[in-house]
Design a protein around this ligand. Structure first.
Ligand code: 5AD
Ligand code: SF4
Length: 449
């Protein structure tokens, strides 16, 4: 019998990074590797990296160090480090010096080529491939894991916005949109394998298709995806507020499968800081967009990203962020301390904020958002909400979990047979992160599995 090779894939960072890691794992499957979680028996370990904040980089460097020890115990294992951290200008040489035990280095633009790299490594070579620009076709995305209830689907790559704190445009390149036909085909094939919910991914989905003639924008793409039979739900991330069109809000209001959830990163509530961040909108403009969403879709869930301690952020700027949190009524916020990224504009700015001030502001921000999140969920008590059943709850296997259309997590007692279906759940209790409810059995379940 042929020896069954095992690959362990470790992922850091955002959903794009997760999606890239999935592509790499699927490529190795074609080479006879099967996914595993056990490092000790692995033949290949892939670490798909993130460099958006220093804290992620430090964790990854620690992991790469641990893998050196693994290699001492298990001489068969090959190590591959891929993604954003490797792609950073000038990073490869530094990383190679620090970690000579690594067998494959691959930048974000070299993932499609992973099979060629792997072949060389299996023949005993060490390889490093980091192109400065993307080349060739975009269709690495067609390597997707089949048979999952939820799938991430890239609709575009890269970012043209150059927010002054952000390294992403330097490691993901300029914006490129995938053709609608290819996206639709990929989703159809996922649906054929059992997928019922997709999240369309892009750094700024609202500028999807801006290079297309004849014109076709993100709302048009959503209309097409909404037509796919047996698909139950469509989500998308991330929306840059400056490009959020009325047409898109209307599309979400009208689309049958389009979930009423907008991830709309504000980053700061202060106009002074927003300008220094190069976000290209004001607090007032942002609030108008939120109001527009709430008018058309009263129960829409809005989530956000916020950075505290951006260079020059005075106490009053931070106060503006706190009042913004209260005005926008976010259901959830991802909050970060500003992290200096070399090569970005903000890294050169004066008035960098001391770490203790950043920490204090982050704590305060989190406590304000926690009470907002709780209030948001408490409002849902008594409502009957549609939930896509994902499986047994990790914290209580006697219960099931799933998500509402607004992406809130719900825990409830139910039948294992309902996994993969939509059920209606009456909300009885609410915490900061979770809702607790019971299935409204008289509404029945809608099964597609
Ligand atoms: N420091 C802290 N947070 C950052 N983000 C991006 N760059 C940085 C940085 N240098 C955050 C932003 C973005 C999210 C994905 O990560 O809030 O929306
Ligand atoms: Fe970074 Fe701004 Fe692009 Fe988002 S929109 S990836 S924060 S540069």
């Amino acid at each position: 019998m042929e020896y069954n090779k095992k690959v362990v894939t470790l992922v850091y960072g955002c959903q794009m990074s997760e999606r890239d890691a999935e592509t790499l794992t699927e490529i190795t499957r074609h080479f006879g590797y099967s996914p595993s979680e056990d490092l000790e028996t692995a033949d290949l370990v892939i670490v798909n990296t993130c460099c958006v904040r220093e804290s992620a980089e430090n964790k990854i460097l620690g992991k790469i160090g641990e893998l050196k020890k693994l290699k001492e115990r298990n001489s068969r294992v090959k190590i591959a480090i891929s993604g954003c951290m490797v792609q950073q200008p000038g990073a490869l040489e530094r990383l190679q010096k620090r970690a000579p035990h690594v067998d494959i280095w691959a930048g974000t633009h070299n993932l499609h080529d992973f099979s060629a790299l792997l072949r060389k490594v299996e023949q005993g070579e060490k390889v490093a491939e980091v192109w400065q620009e993307p080349k060739g076709t975009l269709e690495v995305a067609s390597f997707a894991e089949k048979g999952k209830l939820h799938a991430n689907v890239n609709i575009m790559y890269g970012c043209d916005n150059f927010c002054s704190y952000c390294i992403v445009p330097y490691v993901r390149g300029r914006e490129r949109s995938r053709k609608p036909k290819e996206i639709i085909e990929e989703i159809k094939s996922l649906v054929d394998s059992g997928c019922r919910e997709v999240t369309l991914l892009g750094q700024n989905v609202n500028s999807y298709g801006k290079e297309f003639t004849p014109a076709l924008d993100f709302a048009d793409l959503l209309h097409q995806v909404d037509q796919i039979a047996s698909l139950l739900r469509i989500r998308f991330i991330t929306s840059h507020p400056k490009d959020l069109s009325d047409k898109l809000i209307k599309a979400v209001a009208e689309g049958e499968k389009l979930c009423e959830h907008f991830h709309l990163p504000i980053q700061s509530g202060s106009n002074f800081i927003l300008e220094r961040m190069n976000r290209k909108y004001t607090r007032e403009y942002y609030l108008k967009r939120v109001q527009q969403i709430r008018e058309l879709i009263p129960n829409a869930s809005i989530t956000t990203d916020i950075i505290v301690g951006f260079p020059g952020e005075a106490e009053e700027d931070f106060e503006q962020t706190l009042t913004m949190m209260k005005q926008a009524h976010y259901s959830q916020a991802f909050t970060f301390m500003y992290s200096k990224r070399s090569g970005t504009l903000a890294a050169k700015m004066e008035d960098q904020i001391p770490l203790d001030v950043k920490k204090r502001r982050l704590q305060k921000l989190m406590s304000v958002q926690n009470s907002e999140s709780l209030e948001w969920r408490q409002h849902m008590i008594g409502q009957v909400v549609e939930v896509l059943v994902e499986g047994p709850s990790k914290t209580n296997p006697q219960r099931l979990t799933g998500r509402t259309r607004g992406n809130e997590l719900v825990v409830f007692k139910g039948d294992l047979a309902s996994i993969g279906s939509l059920v209606h759940v009456k909300i009885n209790e609410a915490g900061t992160w979770t809702l607790v409810g019971e299935v409204e059995s008289n509404r029945g379940i809608q099964s597609f599995m």
